[in-house]
Write a protein that binds this ligand. Sequence first.
Ligand SMILES: [Zn+2]
Length: 93
Amino acid sequence: MALSKPITSKLKERSRTFHEEWEMQYCFTESKALKPICLICSTTIAVAKKYNLERHFKQNHSSINKNYPEGSSLRAEFIKKKKKKYLVSRICL
Ligand SMILES: [Zn+2]
């Protein structure tokens, strides 16, 4: 709907390295400290590099891809639930 983006959003995003698609791909979201945090085991990755997230996901949560295939609605639902849980726990802390 919005055709023009405010200029300030560009400046804000300058230092951000987290990519939104990592959420669906590797079950990561961005923590308060702007570091990628695993939605499954709450592990924080120090360096927001795709390789680091991919490695963590494959080594620790490879079953997710079997049970919730990438791109499926099952996967989307799973991530949504995990993220909600994470956001709630973040408020409580
Ligand atoms: Zn994890």
